[in-house]
Design a protein around this ligand. Structure first.
Ligand code: 1GP
Length: 258
């Protein structure tokens, strides 16, 4: 068995203990414009983006390898796979969010795809990040909910989210990801973020529908350790420095508090 490095998981755990927040940019292969991609990557570097998530629940353009190569050529930011299924595994990336969709009851996405992927993942050098993936109701049917065939956690049920995350942590999952879905009408409610953050010790990733500094700040304040922004940046390039600034401000503030 190849030894796997534990760099990203250890960094996230350390940052959680120190109350330091991170900024992840979601890069969807279907939406990336390769002509301007290097420019976006360099801008992300300059802004201090911590991670790139690469993928999505539905990918129609198989360009993940090209994207990872460009990320490595232009930045030293880790490229972390965010796969919709086992077809989205790209061994040249740095790590993979091995998502178990614990808010749903679709066995394929709880364990089925993982069984198919296991031998390939074992051979690869990818850091494996076992992640409890939880979809949260967001005002309209999202692609991820439709494609996964699962019902999201109701937006007004923080206790359901907390119990789901607790069970995931007890099963050994190392990260939790609350997702309202890409382009969600409403971001994950603060009460849900706070309930999950309080109920578990695992670093908490929150994304879906965060399209302003205020929404990012609210998610961080409620207990998110990592905020993920995808769609918003595609629509408004100024959002990248805005969110980066918001995460920086939050981290500076937590230094003063300590
Ligand atoms: C979706 O959490 C990500 O899975 C990011 O969502 O594209 O809405 O920012 P957005």
């Amino acid at each position: 068995m190849q030894p796997k490095n534990n760099k990203i998981a250890a960094l996230l755990q350390k940052k959680r203990v120190e109350q330091k927040k991170s900024f992840a940019v979601l890069l969807d292969p279907d939406k990336v414009d390769f002509a301007s991609f290097p420019e976006l990557l360099e801008k992300a570097m300059a802004c201090g983006v911590d991670f790139f998530f690469v993928g999505g629940s539905l990918v129609t353009r198989y360009a993940i390898d090209q994207m990872v190569a460009a990320i490595h050529a232009h930045t030293d930011i880790p490229a972390i796979l965010f796969p919709g299924n086992s077809l989205h595994i790209e061994p040249s990336a740095d790590a993979i969010l091995l998502l178990s969709l614990i808010s749903g009851r679709n066995p394929e996405l709880l364990i089925g795809q993982h069984v198919i992927a296991a031998p390939l993942l074992r051979q690869s050098k990818l850091e494996i990040l076992p992640t409890g993936y939880m979809l949260v109701e967001s005002g309209k049917l999202t692609t991820v909910s439709y494609i996964s065939g699962t019902i999201p956690i109701p937006y007004d049920k923080p206790s359901v989210a907390a119990c789901t995350a607790m069970a995931g942590e007890m099963l050994g999952l190392k990260l939790m990801y609350l997702d309202a879905g890409s382009g969600a009408q409403y971001a994950v409610p603060e009460a849900i973020i706070s309930a999950v953050s309080t109920a578990t010790d695992t670093p908490l990733i929150v994304g879906g529908g965060i399209d302003s500094g205020e929404k990012a700040y609210a998610a961080l304040k409620a207990g998110a350790d990592v905020v993920v922004i995808g769609n918003g940046i595609e629509r408004n390039p100024l959002l990248l420095p805005e969110i980066a600034q918001c995460v920086k401000a939050f981290n500076q503030k937590s230094v003063k508090v300590v």
